[in-house]
Design a protein around this ligand. Structure first.
Ligand code: SAM
Length: 259
């Protein structure tokens, strides 16, 4: 038991799974997360979903080697379509782009496959803002956000529940203007969607590193645009300069006590 060694990223995703869950891990690859969820007793049953043949075989092999074929169903299919309605109450999707995760959830929701699901624990590699927008639009509210740095990469983990049930918190509250820097700066809903409403309330070093990195990327784009005389380049330069100014201002106003 407890054989699977998880990365810190997947360990944090696992921590978001409520104890006793019937888990579905979509895009499971080697099925490390469902194996650990069953081995640690966090999940009572699990489905590992994979769309691609190689990772599907890796998941089957991993589950068989862990001796858990009776507890973890490994299924091949697109997104939530591997599930029967009501089969899972917690869904994890990790290691894909935010747009793909949102598309998987959207399709699953339209097919009724999110019915009965209480918790979503999502780890987008990029496009976190796209996922936050999908959650708001679809009636889910974030209960926590984590950010961590591992092997030189920065990852965010977004955990959501249905807005009208468990949360005791609405998206209207979560995304209402947030004052930082002792009231010196008001963060708009757009900024909260971009950077993360919980992350902005308790920024850590990984959060600061991520956004310093974004500033550096934007400065690189600005530099390459500076060679162009086109009017459209001028408009783009202004837009990027404004983005850099806004992010810098936000970082300067955030509490630094947890760094
Ligand atoms: N979840 C694991 C993790 O975080 O370490 C594996 C991440 S891996 C980078 C992404 C996996 O998602 C791949 O194995 C890929 O085959 C799978 N995938 C991509 N699109 C999918 C979809 N629509 N449905 C199911 N699996 C999908």
């Amino acid at each position: 038991m407890n054989n699977v060694k998880l990365s810190e990223r997947l360990r944090l995703v696992l921590e978001q799974v409520p104890p006793g869950s019937r888990l579905a891990d979509i895009g499971s690859d080697h099925a490390l997360l469902p194996i650990a969820a069953i081995e640690t007793g966090r999940a009572v049953a699990a489905v590992a979903g994979e769309v691609n043949p190689g990772p599907y075989e890796a998941a089957r092999k991993g589950v068989a080697e862990a001796g858990l074929s009776a507890r973890i169903a490994v299924r091949r299919g697109d997104g939530l379509e591997v599930l029967a309605p009501g089969e899972a109450d917690c869904i994890t999707i990790a290691g894909m782009g935010g747009a793909l995760i949102a598309a998987i959830l959207e399709r699953g929701q339209s097919l009724g496959l999110l019915d009965g699901v209480k918790t979503l624990a999502l780890q987008p590699n990029v496009g976190e803002d796209i996922l936050r927008r999908w959650l708001v639009k679809s009636g889910w509210v974030l209960t926590s956000e984590q950010i961590l740095e591992e092997d030189g990469k920065i990852y965010e983990i977004l955990t959501a529940v249905r807005e009208d049930t468990e949360a005791g918190l609405t998206n209207e509250q979560l995304y209402s203007d947030l004052a930082v820097g002792g009231g010196a700066l008001m963060l708009s809903k757009a900024m909260l969607l971009e950077m993360g409403p919980w992350l902005l309330r308790a920024p850590n070093q990984a959060f600061m590193d991520k956004w310093q990195g974004e500033i550096a990327k934007l400065e690189g784009i600005l530099k390459s645009l500076s060679r162009s005389e086109l009017a459209s380049a001028e408009a783009k330069r202004n837009q990027i300069s404004e983005q850099i100014r806004t992010i810098t201002e936000v970082l300067e106003c955030l509490p630094k006590d947890k760094l």
